[in-house]
Design a protein around this ligand. Structure first.
Ligand SMILES: [Zn+2]
Length: 429
């Protein structure tokens, strides 16, 4: 027969998991014992003291790192046999452990986002016997990680806030108004907030064209990360020292949410109004509420339209709005024609148009001749008198598929920065 174990299994509550620790497990094995339990115990005590301590060792050498926020990450690992505690080292902190813990996990709250850190964990056994170290290294990570097609309003909002926290001297996020459903319309601005010049980028007026919001967010992070480097011959910090770029990264978030849900081809806002037919220039009522083609019952009837018009007026007044880039997502073409009398608007629009065509390789918009009614582009050119180009980034189908995102970014990554650089030394109209 077996008597009861001399030492109970040591158990620890580890990161919320009950783990059984096999340290110091010893059974009394006196099959012939007829003594009382107390007597048996005394005899076994003497034999146990002669057993040497064993150094801790790993059966599974995996150390996992999970980024929790911009300032913290968690480490977790499997328990080591014979370990009583663990020393955690971070290479840049030298040879002293940054922590000693009894649980197989640790949260480091002292990281700087984007830096690379190397961690090691050493198990400690009885009498301070040490086991081998296991190590792992963090990898720099972008804030804007678009791993699937549907980049949502919530992701854009959270990434925008994270960018402004990470680069507070050069990036700010503000709300310029609300949608029909109460979502905020965000302006993410980069550059000197006290600049006297500005550029405006409007993305995703059409819901199913949310690939434009992906592009805008990636452009923003690209410029912010490389602020003091040179991109295509342009140093963002110099170009943006007196010009701020305002990105309305998702001009129709209600529609985007519909398009990313049950109606992928949805183009309008939540009330079924095409926001690029709702501007007060050559407006006339047409169509019926629905996915596309309805102008609204009157010009600027929609809160999204009103908010953008208000922003344009404010930038004209306070930051000399120099030009606007509209991003849409169908056809890989660029609109840059102007049929009005203002030579400066014509020249600047043409310069922007050729710059964008040369960078992207997209074609002219010739096949879409004529002047759009209620469109933002015509409203800007002819009513607000602001140079403007409209770039259609996708091929022929919306929503643009995820595998096109990288190619779109590569073709367009310099477009807005280059547009900004046009105005660095250009005198005002
Ligand atoms: Zn569009």
């Amino acid at each position: 027969m077996f008597t009861k174990p001399r030492h109970h299994l040591l158990s620890f509550i580890l990161c919320g998991t009950l783990l059984l620790h096999p340290v110091q497990l010893a059974y009394a094995a006196d099959d012939n014992s007829v003594t009382t339990q107390e007597d048996t115990s005394t005899t076994q005590e003497d034999t146990a003291t002669t057993q040497p301590d064993e150094a801790p060792f790993w059966e599974n050498r995996q150390l996992e790192i999970t980024l929790l926020s911009k300032r913290s990450l968690s480490l977790s690992w499997s328990t080591a046999t014979n370990a009583i505690s663990y020393q955690v080292y971070r290479k840049d902190c030298g040879s002293t452990p940054i922590a000693t813990v009894t649980e197989p996990c640790y949260t480091d709250h002292t990281i700087s986002f984007g830096h690379t850190y190397q961690y090691s964990v050493v198990p400690v056994g009885a009498n301070n016997l040490l086991g081998d170290a296991i190590s792992a290294t963090t990898h720099p990570r972008n804030i804007v990680n678009v791993t699937r097609q549907a980049y949502s309003y919530k992701e854009m909002e959270s990434d925008g806030k994270a960018l402004s926290e990470l680069y507070p001297d050069r990036c700010e996020i503000t709300s310029i108004g609300s949608t029909v459903k109460g979502r905020k319309l965000y302006d993410i601005a980069i550059g000197n907030p006290n600049a006297t010049n500005s550029l405006l980028v409007v993305c995703t007026l059409h819901a199913r064209e949310y690939a434009c919001s992906v592009l805008a967010m990636r452009q923003l992070e690209y410029y912010l990360q490389n602020y003091n480097r040179t991109l295509g011959g342009i140093k963002p910090s110099t170009t943006l020292s007196n010009l701020q770029i305002h990105y309305l990264v998702m001009a129709n978030p209600d529609g985007v949410t519909i398009s990313q849900g049950k109606h992928p081809r949805w183009k309008a806002n939540a009330r079924g109004v095409d926001l690029n037919r709702n501007y007060p220039y050559l407006f006339h009522v047409s169509g019926h509420p629905g996915s596309e083609g309805f102008t609204g019952y009157k010009a600027a009837s929609e809160p999204e339209t009103k908010a953008i018009m208000k922003k344009i007026a404010l930038l004209k007044k306070t930051q000399h709005l120099r030009a606007v880039v509209n991003y849409h997502a169908m056809g890989q073409i660029i609109f840059g024609d102007y049929h009005g009398p203002n030579a400066a608007i014509k020249k600047e629009t043409k310069d922007l148009y050729w710059m964008a065509r040369n960078l992207t390789g997209y074609k002219d918009s010739g096949s879409y001749g004529g002047v759009g009614r209620g469109c933002l582009r015509e409203y800007l050119l002819y009513k607000e008198k602001i140079p403007n180009i409209t770039i259609e980034i996708g091929r022929t189908w919306c929503p643009v598929v995820h595998r096109e995102y990288n190619q779109i970014f590569n073709k367009n990554k310099l477009v807005v920065l280059k547009a900004a650089s046009f105005y660095k030394n250009k005198s005002k109209r």
